[in-house]
Write a new protein. Structure first.
Length: 129
């Protein structure tokens, strides 16, 4: 890695450690790093729309649930249906079906599109079976 800039050295070290997937929610400061990924097709970068998803995919649903709980405690997303919907999905992945069912019901209490309603109802039925 001698003579490489930091962004290339980081990617090469990740690959040397066997890491081939990265999950992220990019802003602006990591643009140079993301540009470097184009030189390494074996590294897959998966863009997420919210930090919770990136954490859950990288570190597991329990870690993602911790982020959801912090967001909920902060109150900044109160009234946003995707908060209980995300909680429900993470609980489902953890096998905590009773809690997941309750969270799916909470999400269904919000105004959602017909497609979202069908999805949430199908997941509710799955964890209620």
């Amino acid at each position: 890695m001698a003579g490489k800039t930091g962004r290339f050295a980081i990617v090469e070290q990740l690959l040397a450690d066997g890491i081939t997937y990265m999950f992220g929610n990019p802003g602006t400061v990591e643009q140079g790093f993301l540009d470097a990924l184009g030189s390494y097709p074996e590294m897959r970068y998966i863009t997420t729309l919210q930090e919770t998803v990136a954490v859950a995919m990288a570190d597991g649903p329990a870690a993602g649930l911790d982020v959801v709980d912090r967001l909920d405690a902060a109150g900044s997303l109160r009234g946003y249906y995707l908060l209980p919907a995300t909680r429900a999905d993470l609980l489902r992945r953890l096998g905590r079906n009773t809690e997941a069912a309750s969270a799916y019901r909470d999400a269904l209490g919000f105004e959602v599109t017909e497609a979202e309603r069908r999805y949430l109802e199908s997941r509710l039925a799955e964890v209620s079976a």
